[in-house]
Design a protein. Structure first.
Length: 156
């Protein structure tokens, strides 16, 4: 079993470079063309502007490679008058799957949300991503598909 630790990514360092290859694979999963530079720039910009929180699962061996990541974006509930975190991205390297990396990242995200006084963590996933459903539901997430209608306005 791989030994790994989870830590928060920081801006201004090499963390965007560390996570970029996985973020590029994540985008490819959602049918975007490979583009490592787009991935690197997007992550670097989010970290440097403080617009997201990225938690990295990092190999504790000699390679110090990223095994997975989760990216959270802040929102606020006017009704609850509290923060909400959107768990927007979760990805585990194919070679690190089934080692507990995804579950550990999800637990780290939960702990981070609690520490920041958030009311809830929210996420959504595609209908086809049934493997993810199993993980989310095993961690106590509840699917509210019938209770809310999701709308989006595409701007380009």
């Amino acid at each position: 079993m791989a030994e790994f630790r989870i830590r928060r990514a920081v801006g201004g360092g090499g963390d965007a470079d560390l996570v970029a290859p996985l973020f590029d694979l994540y985008r490819q999963f959602y049918e975007k063309p490979p583009n490592l530079e787009v991935a690197r720039t997007f992550l670097r910009d989010r970290l440097e502007a403080g617009e997201s929180v990225i938690l990295i699962a990092e190999d504790e061996g000699t390679s110090r490679e990223a095994l997975g990541f989760v990216q959270l974006y802040p929102l606020f509930s006017s009704v609850e008058a509290r923060r909400i975190w959107v768990l927007n991205d979760l990805f585990v390297a194919p070679t690190a799957r089934r080692l507990g990396v995804g579950r550990s990242l999800m637990e780290a995200a939960r702990q981070f949300a609690i520490q920041t006084g958030a009311k809830r963590l929210t996420l959504e996933t595609m209908e086809e991503n049934r493997k993810a459903w199993t993980l989310y539901e095993s961690l106590g997430y509840i699917c509210h598909e019938a209770s809310v209608r999701f709308y989006a306005l595409e701007l380009d």
